[in-house]
Design a protein. Structure first.
Lengths: 282, 278, 299
């Protein structure tokens, strides 16, 4: 049994995860644009995959940041990420096709300012603070945009605010029955906020392992995706929502079983209905 | 504790050059907004958002939170996270304030403040209740020898090997003030943004005001929640997670949190307003 | 007049539901050792005290309940938009939210325990199987009641916020009230049962949590049984009073003096609670008395 230390050693370097997460997330969001190009809604599930990619990256950023000890709980970092990310994301939706890029840039600016405020004005003096909060804001914006694209089929402002209600068989336009008008964005906010902080919060400890935490991050992403897929049934055709549910369920099942395997590998012992073992030397 | 146990090396001092840089940034953001939207309602909304952010940041400093040691009666304060307790109170206030939104700015903001204060008053009372009647522990502060409000001596009521426990009266009052300021600040941000959206969205989306009202409410609501969390977490960083209330030496750190929160609120507020202005 | 009577009825119902929600929330989180007492469950193996307590570190209670309730509300909203009747929609939404909660609970336990393998803390699968289901049951009660409150506030009392946003607001408030009230009772009184009653746990004793029960080894169901006696009901009363008084002052007094009536009543309620708090504090000082000689380390 190897004893891992808290500093990231071995495994995939943080910059690789960051680059992969950013690129994968943006590409997946753009793949939902195939909805517009092909005139269907079947490609909406890519939005969920974008969220999974960003959450995986985010869990590692939080690990990076929180191993310095920020004085308050791990969840606060997730809340900060989404509090700043939601503002960047909603503003960016106004820019049509360019939205994901605008979201990344604007979130980076907001995150960098928040990082500067925490690190310098609040005098926290944590070397990775500015970089981490910049990343967190981008992650928050990308996760929200991914879920928005998945639930409503688009990442642009107008489709996100327009919906329809069916009354006695008639379909009427209604702004209330839309992703933003119904505040489903608040659900996406919390889904992402918990999913991004949970992997590190759950896996912290002296025997932290990177692959286990990243698998858990993917599991959290897919789990959130399942519920987002159920909510997407309101806005999307049944077949499109079904595709999302199936992709989410398959991904969740795979990562969940893999996570249990990895936990079994890392655990000191795996006991069922056994008493507390007697330890020597303690 | 393990990985999150290490406390940051943050000093209590203010970093003057960074603070000045922060203030310049604040002026640049306010100036840019003035340049983009003019001296109309939107500009005043930005000022309102900044004031709301300041109220939240200042209010969080009052909320007595002891973190994990408080749950064992090892440290005074409420046993939970400072950012989220403040959010609980502030959002309960926002709930009341949003309900009273049509009765005008002043009534709505005060209603929101009272809602936050009410939530904290009940919660703090039950914390004292549990400590006294559930655990048989009197309240004692670890930071001061005498309660600044009641003059009660604290040291001899502190049990051995702890830093104090429970909520002395000054912490209780701090909690209520924190709830008042947080609820009022959150409501102010909400009302300011709601007015901007109610005004601008019908033209932008080519729809009747009544139709786009849900969009305006949702946008303003989620932005208020987001900005509340940003300000609360920034303040939590400032006090490194725990504080006893207004008598705690950490309370004196509030000026730098005000600068940070003003800049953060200005930036977020500008983006939130530009959504409808561009 | 009729609308006020209707409003009072809804207010009373919401208050009652909130009381149930608070009690279930605190019992659930104590069974899972969520929130701040979690630090001691985490610390114990490092001090050599291997235990069979459930360690469900998903997040602090306020953000975790913010998610469960917002998710339940969002799903309920979605089902209602699909023309499913509200009660069924709320049940279905809460059930799906509880599924998410259960999965998070298992991954949190496995993750924390696997990361403690250096200290020899084993993963107990039977703990996982028996505790997760019990926390899910309690969480369902808490989520269902809170989402119902939100639906009542939105549909019957006409609050402008949509259901999911109300879920977020009241979920965080539920977690905040429940963790503030219930945590010390579980953290001090149950985990450190062997320490002196009527005093805080000395910092030197940290990690030495009680691991043996009346018969056999303590598991978290014993803790749920314990906190259901005071911590749970007190949390329930706390959250119930918050919801009830907040709605009550608005529903009845909002029309008086263009909104100022509700404000004045709110301030009076705050003052009443301040007096009660001060009374309890003084009562404790008088009846329990100081702990012998004044310690001199205060800083």
């Amino acid at each position: 049994m190897t004893v891992k230390v808290e500093v990231v050693e071995g495994g995939i370097p943080h910059n690789t995860i960051m680059a992969a997460g950013l690129v994968a997330s943006v590409i997946f969001i753009y793949l939902t644009y195939a909805n517009v190009l092909t005139g269907t809604q079947l490609f909406s599930f890519f939005g969920g995959l974008a969220a999974v990619a960003a959450i995986t990256w985010g869990s590692h950023t939080i690990k990076h940041l929180c191993s310095y000890g920020i004085g308050t709980g791990v969840p606060s970092a997730g809340m900060m990420a989404f509090g700043s990310g939601v503002i960047a994301m909603l503003f960016a939706t106004k820019f049509g096709v360019a939205s994901p890029i605008v979201a990344v840039v604007l979130a980076a600016i907001i995150g960098a300012v928040l990082g500067f405020l925490s690190n310098n004005v609040l005098n926290m003096r944590i070397p990775v603070m500015i970089q981490s909060l910049t990343e967190m804001a981008i992650i928050g914006a990308l996760v929200l945009m991914g879920f928005a694209a998945m639930i409503s089929g688009s990442f642009e402002f107008n489709p996100l605010t327009a919906g329809s209600v069916t009354i006695l068989g008639l379909s009427l336009p209604s702004y209330q029955a839309s992703f933003i008008g119904s505040s489903l964005i608040a659900v996406a906010f919390m889904l992402g906020g918990i999913a991004v902080q949970h992997p590190f919060n759950a896996c912290l400890g002296p025997n932290w392992t990177q692959d286990r935490m990243l698998t858990l991050a993917q599991e959290c992403g897919f789990l959130s995706m399942i519920t987002a897929a159920v909510m997407s049934m309101v806005f999307l055709s049944f077949s499109a929502a079904l595709v999302s549910v199936i992709v989410a369920l398959v991904g969740w099942y795979y990562t969940y079983t893999k996570y249990i395997e990895l936990s079994k590998r890392d655990a000191a012992a795996w006991l069922d209905a056994k008493p507390i073992p007697e330890l020597e030397g303690h | 504790m393990t990985a999150i146990g290490a406390k940051p090396a943050a000093g209590a001092a203010m970093d003057i050059p960074s603070t000045i840089a922060g203030i310049i940034l604040l002026l640049v953001i306010v100036g840019a907004t003035y340049f983009l939207v003019g001296a109309g309602m939107m500009f005043y909304a930005l000022i309102g958002v900044i004031v709301g952010g300041l109220l939240i940041a200042f209010g969080v400093h009052f909320v007595p939170v002891g973190g994990a040691p408080a749950a064992m009666g090892q440290a005074p304060g409420i046993a939970t996270g400072v950012a989220m307790l403040a959010a609980g109170a502030g959002l309960a206030g926002l709930f009341g304030g949003a309900w009273a939104a049509e009765q005008g700015l002043v009534v709505a903001v005060i209603t929101g403040a009272v809602g936050g204060g009410l939530m904290m008053a009940i919660t703090c009372m039950f914390v004292t209740f549990i400590y006294v009647f559930g655990m048989g522990i009197p309240c004692a502060s670890g930071k001061v020898a005498k309660d600044p409000i009641t003059g009660d001596t604290q040291t001899e009521y502190k049990s051995q090997g702890t830093e104090g426990h429970g909520l002395p009266f000054v912490s209780y009052v701090g909690g209520v003030i924190g709830g008042l300021l947080g609820g009022g600040g959150g409501t102010l941000i909400y009302i300011m943004l709601l007015d901007v959206y109610k005004e601008a969205l019908p033209g932008m989306m080519k729809a009747l005001p009544a139709q786009v009202l849900p969009i305006a409410v949702s946008l303003a609501g989620i932005f208020a929640v987001g900005m509340f969390l940003v300000n609360a977490v920034l303040t939590a960083y400032n006090i490194t997670g725990t504080i006893e209330g207004p008598h705690d030496p950490k309370f004196k750190r509030f000026p730098r949190a005000l600068v940070a929160s003003a800049v953060a609120s200005a930036l977020c507020g500008m983006v939130a307003i530009l959504i409808v202005a561009m | 007049m009729e609308s006020i009577v209707f409003g009072i009825g809804i207010t009373a119902l919401a208050g009652a539901l909130a009381t149930v929600a608070g009690a279930a929330e605190n019992t659930e989180s104590d069974i899972g050792s969520q929130g701040d007492p979690n630090s001691q469950v985490q610390l114990a193996p490092q001090m050599g005290y291997i235990h069979r307590i459930f360690n469900k570190a998903i997040a602090g209670e306020p953000p975790a309940y913010g998610l469960w309730v917002a998710l339940g509300a969002g799903l309920a909203w979605a089902f209602m938009a699909m023309q499913i009747n509200p009660i069924l929609a709320i049940v279905l939404g809460s059930a799906l939210a509880v599924f998410v909660q259960g999965v998070y609970a298992t991954t949190a336990y496995l993750g924390r325990i696997a990361s403690l393998s250096k200290f020899g803390q084993p993963v107990f699968i039977d703990v996982l199987k028996s505790m997760t289901t019990v926390t899910m049951a309690h969480a369902f009660v808490a989520i269902f009641t809170t989402v119902t409150i939100c639906h009542l506030i939105n549909a019957a009392l006409g609050h402008p916020f949509p259901l999911p946003l109300l879920g977020l607001v009241w979920g965080i408030a539920l977690g905040a009230a429940g963790s503030a009230t219930g945590n010390p009772f579980y953290g001090k009184e149950r985990q450190y049962q062997t320490q002196k009653f009527g005093a805080g746990v000395p910092i030197a004793a940290s990690g030495n949590i009680v691991r043996y029960a009346e018969a056999g080894e303590r598991n978290s169901l014993d803790n749920g049984w314990f906190s259901a006696k005071l911590g749970g009901p007190a949390s329930g009363l706390c959250f119930g009073l918050i919801v009830f008084l907040e709605l009550w002052r608005t529903v009845i007094f909002e029309k008086i003096g263009a909104g100022w009536g509700a404000i004045v009543v709110g301030i009076i309620i705050i003052l009443v609670f301040t007096v009660i708090d001060r009374y309890i504090e003084v009562w404790a000082r008088k009846n329990y008395g100081p702990y012998g000689e004044p310690a001199k380390e205060g800083s």
